[in-house]
Design a protein around this ligand. Sequence first.
Ligand code: GRF
Length: 205
Amino acid sequence: MSKKRVAVLISGRGSNMTALIEAAKAKDYPAEIVLVVSNRPEAPGLARARAAGVETAVVDHAQFGEDREAFERALDGELRAHRIDLVCLAGFMRLLTPWFVTRWSGRMLNIHPALLPQFKGLQTHRRALAAGVKRHGATVHFVVPEMDAGPIVAQDSIAVGDGDTEETLAERVLEVEHRIYPRALRIVAEGRASLVSTGKQESTR
Ligand code: GRF
């Protein structure tokens, strides 16, 4: 079976992107990272991708002003031009409209630094500490129109200790992210998980 062609969408440093690129070097990995797209021209991850020999593109959301649809059409055009099969959001800090999400439905994953459905949205480590949870972690899920709400493909956790701070949690959760994202992409690329619509709600099968 031929490898799935994957694009990773980033906005920043791209450590999850790097984890995916590294994992995809393995001969038996079912996906190859053929493109990295950033919505920010200054994202440090772009240089990391180039250094790893991966083609990069910038679709700068600022160029499109308030016109989200035009931004997403440009993004979609880039992905189609590269014959992308699967999209991995990795620290991509733009909300995507239902138009784009529906277009890539079942073919787009996101990583979130919390144990979904807990702590959707931003500042997850701060909120986990404030809530006093004893376990915290990261989740890879299919992207659906509702933010951070898609069916879960992979998830793992760490213990939260008394001495933990936002920084120490962020560090340990990031290690979890780097471990589970390549695993989740493998599962989806091999067709072992797919998004099914039950009419009211999506789930994995
Ligand atoms: C990660 O924690 C990811 O879960 C998120 O933003 C961060 C991106 O880090 N939502 P990186 O760019 O992959 O290093």
